[in-house]
Design a protein around this ligand. Structure first.
Ligand SMILES: Cc1cc2nc3c(=O)[nH]c(=O)nc-3n(C[C@H](O)[C@H](O)[C@H](O)COP(=O)(O)O)c2cc1C
Length: 160
């Protein structure tokens, strides 16, 4: 299985977890700033990750390079999503950007794998929640970093 992990990161937390996810999947971590359209297409599992900023927005490099995602042919492609966020400071829009990515890839015909139960997270609202589950893996490096390794291991085991 070839895996590309495409991420955006302002302050480094998402870059660090993308690198860890790439290690767990024998994949390649690629900053969205440097990613090509082919990087979205030429892998058997595509993993996308973004922190949430502003009022539930995608990270700025994702915003600036969104055309790459939108140009990629994703019909039938297996895609997994992760989101970094802070459930204590932003409980009503926790990891919203993961929901933004979800809507985009689903619109492009991707098959999203790796939904995650909300148990263990303490938030009041999230655009990344559908039918009571997160559409990918939320990681809170601000408040729950000690849980991250186990969460990544468990999540990756469900992706193949
Ligand atoms: C100005 C600002 C706004 C933020 N807004 C949200 C938000 O709406 N929802 C959320 O879950 N986290 C929010 N966060 C937390 C970040 O997403 C979190 O710290 C993330 O790990 C940062 O990733 P990075 O270091 O890769 O940039 C915000 C952080 C800052 C500084």
């Amino acid at each position: 299985m070839s895996v590309n992990v495409i991420f955006g990161s302002d302050a480094g937390a998402t870059k660090a977890v993308a690198t860890r996810i790439a290690k767990h999947t024998n994949g390649r971590a690629i900053d969205i700033k440097a990613a090509s359209v082919a990087d979205f297409e030429n892998c058997s599992l595509l993993i996308l990750g973004s922190p949430t900023y502003g009022a539930g927005d995608l990270q700025t490099d994702w915003e600036a390079h969104l055309d790459k995602l939108q140009q990629a042919r994703l019909t039938g492609k297996k895609v997994a999503l992760f989101g970094t966020g802070d459930q204590v400071s932003y409980p009503d829009c926790f990891v919203d950007a993961m929901g933004v990515l979800y809507d985009l890839v689903v619109e492009q015909g991707a098959t999203v794998v790796g939904f995650t139960a909300t148990a263990g997270y303490d938030h009041t609202g999230s655009r990344a929640e559908r039918d009571g589950q997160f559409v990918g893996l939320p990681l809170d490096q601000d408040n729950q970093s000690s849980k991250t390794e186990k969460r990544i291991t468990e999540w990756v085991s469900r992706l193949s």
